[in-house]
Design a protein around this ligand. Structure first.
Ligand code: GLN
Length: 486
């Protein structure tokens, strides 16, 4: 077995047992990337020397019996939206070309402090706006299960790199589903933590009231181990919440007997792929057979989530992206006469069409005269959506649904039709609007061999229970052991 086929926790054990060194594994990842990434395009850039130096330092610590923690020496990679000190960070946008951040995102710092070598920066949709990785200014990422298909978005590279066995764990961000949907499309596990659980400091802002960084990996246990590193109060993020961090692996094997799992009616809509529905219904039976009680619940405002999200997210984006003016970061138009024209030309040349669409929609929704009708109204509906969840969680421990209404679609299929692309997010957006944790894990395969994702949604800060429920299902199948044909 190649070392790159190990799960993150299996590797951690082998490192601890000194059966393998971090340097060997980091080199194995780099060779695997050299071998397959030409087809997958998960990496936008590598930091070979940084990763190898970190691996050597890890081995030296290990040799002295002083590892920094259980994941010391395990190579990871991060979405290009995370600031990495000295390593170019573009958010897959032309406008940030050449930007070398002077500091690390808190999450990146925490990975480094845990001793984890960072292999490089992963492909994504431009400024995380998209559901297929096709808005990346650097070209799309491809799904290792079928390279003519999307790995999902916006954290497509974070999921594809795992499915291609290039790395053991990754960071993504989830504003409307961008961790969970790519996980669903690639047979990997992705967790969107509760808003406020993981620091946003140093994560390039898209929609600040929705953005949440989180881990992806190949198993539920691996994700739990990464969350343990990332979940931390951060005084540098004013929305970071100072609640206690539990031991996320303590209850992992405790099963679901006695738990109540809600099945939200509104998440089994027409238009969803019958194979996706069948897989989720099958999963529900498995949970029942394991001793969970299924409860039919209703989240009546679900139908407004898409419209609400696509007002709030662009509104916040239009404001966040005002800072890219050709002066402070990255690209500056050369041929401008005067300051105002330089702003305009830099933004015109720097942003891709989807980002421009969002800025225009958002600016419109926030403008005087329309603010009450659109933005304010959307915020009120957001409260109703959150109240739906509050009511449901008085009855149940967690909710079970599909992650995405369809499996991975073809690259190019939806890119000309923004609305059909936005519809990909129907089942993931509500969690973001309500600030709740959501986990996507392998839920089976279509007859054609494409992965299907199972989504679990939980109460605020109840990640441990979601992981436990996810693990109970994972244990019943060999899904996580199946490998993309690459
Ligand atoms: N697909 C959604 C969007 O385009 C969500 C993206 C995300 O979660 N970053 O806005």
């Amino acid at each position: 077995m190649q070392p790159t086929e190990l799960t993150l926790l299996e590797l951690a054990e082998k490192l601890a047992a000194r059966e393998v060194t971090s340097l060997e594994v980091t080199q194995a990842c780099l060779s695997r990337i050299a071998q397959v990434d030409g087809k997958v395009k998960a990496f936008l850039r590598l930091d070979e020397s940084g990763a190898l130096a970190a691996a050597e330092a890890s081995d030296a610590r290990r040799g002295k019996g002083n590892p920094l923690g259980p994941l010391d020496g395990v190579p990871v990679a991060v979405k290009d939206i995370f600031l990495t000190e000295g390593v170019e960070t573009t958010c897959a946008s032309r406008i940030l070309q050449g930007f070398h951040p002077p500091y690390d995102a808190t999450t990146v710092r925490l990975l480094k402090e845990a001793g984890m070598p960072i292999l490089g920066k992963l492909n994504q949709d431009e400024f995380a706006m998209g559901s297929s990785n096709e808005t990346s200014a650097c070209g799309p990422c491809h799904n290792p299960w079928d390279v003519t298909r999307t790995p999902g978005g916006s954290s497509g590279g974070s999921a594809a790199a795992l499915a291609a066995r290039e790395v053991f764990g990754t960071l993504g961000t989830d504003t409307g589903g961008s961790i969970r949907q790519p996980a669903a499309f690639t047979n990997t596990v992705g967790l969107k933590p509760t808003y406020g659980r993981v620091s946003r400091f140093g994560v390039i802002a898209f929609a600040s009231s929705l953005d949440v960084p989180g881990p992806l990996a190949r198993t539920v246990g691996d994700v739990a181990a990464l969350l343990q590193v990332l979940a931390r109060h951060d005084p540098r993020d004013s929305t970071s919440v100072p609640v206690e961090v539990p031991d996320y692996s303590a209850d992992l094997e405790h099963g679901v007997a006695g738990l109540k799992l809600g099945v939200p009616r509104e998440y089994f809509t027409e238009g969803m792929d019958p194979e996706v529905e069948a897989a989720v219904r099958e999963a529900l039976k498995v949970y029942e057979s394991l001793g969970a009680t299924l409860v039919d619940v209703s989240l009546p405002h679900t139908k407004y989530a898409l419209a609400t999200y696509y007002l709030i997210a662009p509104a916040e984006a239009s404001s966040n992206l005002a800072r890219y003016d050709g002066v402070r970061y990255g690209l500056r138009a050369r041929d401008a006469k005067g300051l105002k024209e330089m702003y305009g030309l830099s933004r015109d040349q720097g942003f891709g069409p989807e980002v421009k669409r969002r800025i225009m929609l958002g600016t419109y929704a926030l403008s005087a005269g329309y603010y009450d009708a659109y933005y304010l109204k959307a915020q009120k509906v957001r409260t109703l959506i959150r109240e739906d969840f509050n009511r449901a969680f008085q009855q149940v421990d967690a909710l079970v649904s599909p992650t995405s209404p369809v499996p991975a679609f073809k690259l190019g299929e939806k890119v000309e039709d923004p609305l059909s692309m936005y519809l990909m997010d129907v089942f993931t957006l509500p969690c973001n609007l309500a600030g709740l944790p959501g986990l996507s894990l392998p839920g089976g395969f279509t007859k054609g061999g494409l992965p299907i994702g199972l989504q679990l949604m939980g109460r605020p800060f109840d990640e441990a229970k979601l992981l436990r429920i996810g693990r109970a299902f994972e244990r019943e199948h060999d899904f996580v052991r199946r490998q993309a044909p690459l």
